[in-house]
Ligand binder design. Structure first.
Ligand SMILES: Nc1ncnc2c1ncn2[C@@H]1O[C@H](COP(=O)(O)OP(=O)(O)OP(=O)(O)O)[C@@H](O)[C@H]1O
Ligand SMILES: C[C@@](O)(CCOP(=O)(O)OP(=O)(O)O)CC(=O)O
Length: 415
């Protein structure tokens, strides 16, 4: 194999937000959780990872570039994913390019990987979930791997637990499994993204000053010190997961919202029950919860569910566009942008919701009046960095348009 050919594949993968949280491992290396979890996949049109993987006999070593900067692949999580996917690589033939790779060649051939997140990395928006899912999915396509998405999810899981849920669109369950080798700890799709397409999601990216504890170390500390975590994993989550599956199947928003909020709150209670306690939410997060709770209580049935991961950002799931438009009015009244920010950069993603909310410019935001149920007309300009408007979305796809590849087809280096 002295030739200079380069063979590539590019894939795009969504991120996801858990409505029943994964928090705690029973095996740190294999990344096996102490409970099942359920998530909704977010529309990749607004939040996604694109990854190009390439193989060539000319490559001297495995290399990776994340958002244009070369990074090390020596970490255990990357090595585990690469090893597991290489094991499953099969013969690949591209007759047009005159390339033939035998199964055994994959052991010696090196890879180049370039990845780009269209949203901030390591900012509490689950970049590791989309990132590892995309890496595994793209490599599986390049290497002609036979395994289905669930089996690939068990590999992505070894990069970051929550990544296993990004192999599917719609609503996804990560089954914790029982086997010691982790072979049955994988994700399955509950319903696809079309099943409940009324839902609309608004993410408040909340400004935070302090550096948070990473999910990995936070959950390790919770497993070591929180009795509430033990109770949650054994008694609460198994029952809650069944109820959540029912709510999703029946599109029962009242039940969905109740369980989603309760589970987010219990996850943060576990963090407080950890020694030393971990604080992921801040005053702005608490204010958003209080707004949503008051509004839901003032209506006949809940309009919005909230959930927070290991950080202060609020993910707000509205039962439909109408509720989302009303939510946006409420949010923009209390959390307007700073005076030097325009609405166009403050509301990103699916901006069509602005029109539904009657908010075409800053003057409409300034004209908003307080909502009676809130009981406070106080404003907090600048406490939210920006809002991302999105919806439940589809799972990973291969991008066949070569122009979208992140590596040069001749050199295999970043474009
Ligand atoms: N596109 C990507 N491809 C491969 N790895 C990625 C990618 N994006 C992020 N990662 C990995 O994930 C790490 C960031 O994960 P981290 O858990 O700190 O943040 P996050 O996932 O954005 O936020 P959170 O877990 O709090 O929601 C990066 O340092 C990198 O190792
Ligand atoms: C709060 C969470 O977002 C925790 C996610 O944890 P990670 O998947 O980031 O942790 P590692 O498996 O150690 O990489 C809840 C969830 O996504 O279920």
């Amino acid at each position: 194999m002295g030739e200079k050919w380069v063979l590539m594949k590019t894939a795009q993968t969504p991120t996801n937000i858990a409505v029943i949280k994964y928090w705690g491992k029973r095996d740190e290396t294999l990344i096996l959780p102490v409970n099942d979890s359920i998530s909704v996949t977010l529309d990749p049109a607004h939040l996604c990872t694109t990854t190009t993987v390439a193989v060539s006999p000319a490559f001297q070593q495995d290399r990776m570039w994340l958002n244009g900067k070369e990074m090390s692949l020596s970490g255990g999580r990357y090595q585990n994913c690469l090893r597991e996917i290489r094991k499953r690589a099969r013969e690949v033939e591209d007759k047009e390019k005159g390339i033939k790779i035998e199964k055994k060649d994959w052991e010696k051939l090196h890879l180049h990987i370039a990845s780009y997140n269209n949203f901030p990395t390591a900012a509490g928006l689950a970049s590791s979930a989309a990132g590892f899912a995309c890496l595994v999915f793209a490599l599986a396509k390049l290497m002609n791997v036979e395994e289905d998405e669930s089996q690939l999810s068990a590999i992505a899981r070894q990069g970051s637990g929550s990544a296993c849920r990004s192999l599917f669109g719609g609503f996804v369950k990560w089954i914790m499994g029982k086997e010691e080798d982790g072979s049955d700890s994988l994700a399955v799709q509950l319903v696809d993204e079309k099943h409940w397409d009324d839902l609309f999601i608004i993410i408040a990216v909340v400004s935070s000053r302090q550096k948070e504890t990473s999910s990995t170390s936070g959950m390790r500390e919770s497993v070591e010190t929180s009795l509430l975590l033990q109770h949650r994993a054994k008694e609460v989550v198994p029952k809650r997961t069944l109820k959540m599956e029912e709510a999703i199947k029946n599109r029962d928003f009242a039940s969905f919202a109740k369980i989603t909020c309760a589970d987010s709150n219990q996850f943060h209670a576990v963090c407080l029950d950890t020694s030393p306690p971990i604080f992921y939410m801040n005053d702005t997060s608490h204010r958003i919860i209080s707004h949503v709770e008051k509004w839901n209580r003032s209506e006949e049935s809940p309009q919005v569910a909230y959930t927070f991961d290991a950080g202060p950002n609020a993910v707000l799931i509205a039962q439909n566009r109408k509720a989302a438009a009303q939510l946006l009015q409420r949010l923009l009244f209390s959390f307007p942008p700073k005076s030097d920010t325009d609405l166009d950069s403050y509301i990103i993603g699916d901006k069509t919701i602005l029109k539904d909310a009657g908010l075409e410019g800053m003057k409409d935001v300034e004209a908003l009046s307080p909502h009676p149920e809130n009981g406070s007309a106080q404003k907090y300009p600048g406490d939210v960095n920006y809002f991302i408007c999105t919806r439940p979305g589809k799972g990973p796809v291969v991008l066949s348009n070569e122009n979208l590849a992140l590596l040069d087809p001749e050199t295999g280096l970043p474009k």
